[in-house]
Design a protein around this ligand. Structure first.
Ligand SMILES: [Fe+2]
Length: 197
């Protein structure tokens, strides 16, 4: 499994792919921070469970409402092309993983909520759920960036992109763009405080 960080790409991508790529960079940032938080938790340090829940809330909300639907819509058009027939297994895998990722995020959030509510719960349980989610999420991002996006770029025409641009509902990222303080105050403050890490 290639967990190499996703590098920033040149500005020659299609706007929709560039937006998805930017989402991936933001998500990678959150996964790194979440991973550090889990390391600290396992080392027995104080842990801010509310912050981690807010992170997951953002990841689930944004993935479910914006990021995955955009990818699914693009993938549906791209993988329907004749030349993409041989990649049907890849298409099925990424579609399935979108569902699996939300499932893992929910299970992880439940274990964190349990911890906040004072449930007797082993730290290992939170750690296992967290690591599980982070690992699949990273693997999935890597697959999309290195295999799926290049295939899509090669197969979709200007006309396809134009149609997709018209069909896809645009919604601004509530943390990295719109900065919705009412809903994600702790996370936004935390990101500012950890800007240089
Ligand atoms: Fe993605």
């Amino acid at each position: 499994m290639d967990l190499a960080p996703i590098e920033k790409k040149r500005g020659d991508m299609r706007p929709l792919l560039e937006k998805l790529h930017r989402d991936h960079l933001n998500l990678t940032r959150l996964l790194d921070l979440m991973s550090n938080e889990l390391d600290a938790l396992c080392a027995g340090h104080e842990s801010d469970f509310d912050l981690k829940i807010e992170m997951l809330d953002y990841i689930e909300h944004y993935a479910e409402q914006v990021h995955h639907p955009t990818e699914d819509q693009i993938n549906r058009v791209a993988f329907r092309k004749k030349s993409m027939k041989e990649h049907v297994a890849l298409y099925e895998r990424i579609s399935r993983e979108h569902g699996d990722l939300l499932g893992l995020a929910r299970t992880f959030r439940k274990s964190l909520e349990g911890a906040v509510q004072g449930e007797v719960l082993l730290r290992e349980e939170v750690e296992t759920r967290g690591r599980e989610f982070i690992a699949l999420q990273r693997q999935h991002l890597d697959l999309e960036e290195h295999e799926v996006f290049p295939l899509i770029e090669a197969v979709l025409s200007d006309k396809d992109w134009q149609k997709l641009e018209e069909e896809i509902t645009h919604m601004d990222d509530p943390v990295f763009l719109r900065q919705d303080y009412n809903r994600f105050r702790s996370l936004i403050d935390y990101l500012k405080a950890h800007e240089n890490e």
